[in-house]
Ligand binder design. Structure first.
Ligand code: NDP
Ligand code: MG
Length: 389
């Protein structure tokens, strides 16, 4: 029986992980689930899998769950995990959204033999700390972001010197062919043409910020320089990565737009007798019209940020995540318009109070968290000032 933990179990990735587990319920024991505030879905999951340990971050929701499930362990954060989880589980899915996934991801590593990380923000801000924990605890790491899972599957047995170039593909989101984005509404920004995802990542996909994140994520986890990467638009999201090797071979990884594919494979990767994933037929229509294009930087101004990145891992990476988290949150609260998102992000990230972090290496979790708080506060203030002007 596989013991598992799911962080962010009520979200899009979390629920898809649960669905996969449910298909083979008798072979899994769900040890811990975590959520922020969605207690309805969490309650169903607790009952369905007879879960004995949960972490609920939002204080009101935490109190409600504690009252409702008197016999199980309910925590408000990840600091006292040792008290409730003895030994190690087999598999953990890290799928909290945004910067808030960083601390839980780091804290859970020592409790799991294998960690599958979907939360890209934790990799961008804290890869050095995650890597250290993984090494210390001999935990196996598997990327879940579809591009990274695909790249990882292709290059995991190669030496990095064998790689010439990696192309990351971006769908271009819901506004790829829209001429004027001045009047687009929140609801349209959340309607991704190919994927059904959480709100934050859907907005990041519409601005292409998601691809900036994925490039930093890939650079860090595969330990490659920035010039090894390029981004291409591929509207159907069928191809997840193109890897060109120095021996002349190009490997293209394609799969249906279904996050259950990387999630499923991350769970069953070392099973000899796999219960195979029921995939659809290969979509030849899409393969015949891949339609790969260069990114138009007028349409997607955030792509210019790629030129501002440095090869060194620095605190500036956290600044990028924090500015974006705050700006997207203002957009989700309808305080700013869609077209303002990219403008605000690129302007704020060009200011000296943030560019100075390009030379500073992250030292520890507390320092990264302090920087996140500071950047979010400054971003909020700057956005309000520019709104009032
Ligand atoms: P969702 O918004 O759907 O779900 C996020 C989950 O995290 C929910 O369980 C939510 O709880 C929980 N959560 C949010 N904020 C906090 C917090 N402050 N403390 C604790 N828990 C919190 O996100 P997705 O599932 O779409 O994405 C999760 C991660 O995976 C993101 O980093 C995303 O970039 C990445 N990813 C997602 C893909 C996708 O297809 N969805 C594809 C590739 C990567 P609650 O429900 O209570 O709010
Ligand atoms: Mg992705």
């Amino acid at each position: 029986m596989k013991k598992i933990i799911i962080l962010g179990s009520t979200g899009s990735i979390g629920r898809q992980t649960i669905e996969i587990v449910e298909k083979n319920k008798k072979n899994f024991k769900v040890i811990l689930l975590s959520t922020n505030k969605n207690i309805n879905i969490l309650s169903e999951q607790i009952k369905k899998f007879n879960v004995q340990n949960v972490v609920v971050t939002n204080i009101n929701s935490y109190k409600k769950i504690k009252k409702k499930f008197k016999k199980i362990n309910v925590l408000n954060n990840f600091e006292k995990l040792d008290k409730i989880i003895k030994g190690k589980v087999d598999y953990t899915m890290s799928a909290i959204s945004g910067f808030d996934g960083l601390r839980p991801t780091i804290k859970i590593i020592k409790k799991t033999k294998k960690i599958a990380i979907a939360n890209k923000e934790s990799i961008i801000c804290g890869w050095e700390l995650i890597k250290k924990e993984i090494k210390k605890n001999k935990t196996v790491f598997i990327p879940v972001d579809s591009e990274h899972f695909s790249i990882w599957s292709v290059i995991k047995d190669s030496h990095k010197d064998e790689i010439e170039k990696i192309f990351l593909t971006a769908s271009g989101g819901p506004f790829l062919n829209k001429k004027n984005i001045k009047k687009v509404k929140l609801i349209n920004a959340l309607k991704h043409p190919n994927w059904k995802m959480g709100k934050k990542i859907s907005v990041d996909s519409a601005t292409l910020m998601n691809k900036i994140f994925e490039l930093i994520e890939a650079k860090k986890m595969f330990d490659l320089e920035l010039d090894k990467f390029d981004v291409l638009i591929h509207p159907k999201s069928y191809i997840h990565a193109i890897v060109k090797f120095k021996n002349g071979l190009i490997k293209i990884i394609a799969h249906d737009t279904d996050m259950k594919i990387p999630i499923y494979n991350s769970i069953y990767i070392d099973e000899k007798k796999q219960c195979y994933f029921k995939s659809k037929k290969i979509n030849l229509e899409i393969l015949n019209s891949l339609n790969l294009q260069k990114v138009n930087d007028k349409k997607f101004p955030v792509i210019k940020l790629l030129k501002k990145l440095t090869n060194k891992n620095s605190l500036f990476d956290t600044a990028i995540v924090s500015v974006n988290d705050e700006i997207v949150s203002l957009f989700l609260k309808k305080k700013i318009k869609f077209f303002e998102i990219s403008k605000k992000i690129t302007t704020i990230l060009g200011l000296p109070f943030l560019t100075k972090f390009k030379g500073q290496k992250p030292k520890n979790l507390a320092q990264i968290e302090r920087l996140n708080e500071f950047v979010r506060l400054k971003t909020r203030t700057l956005s309000v000032i520019s709104e009032k002007k």
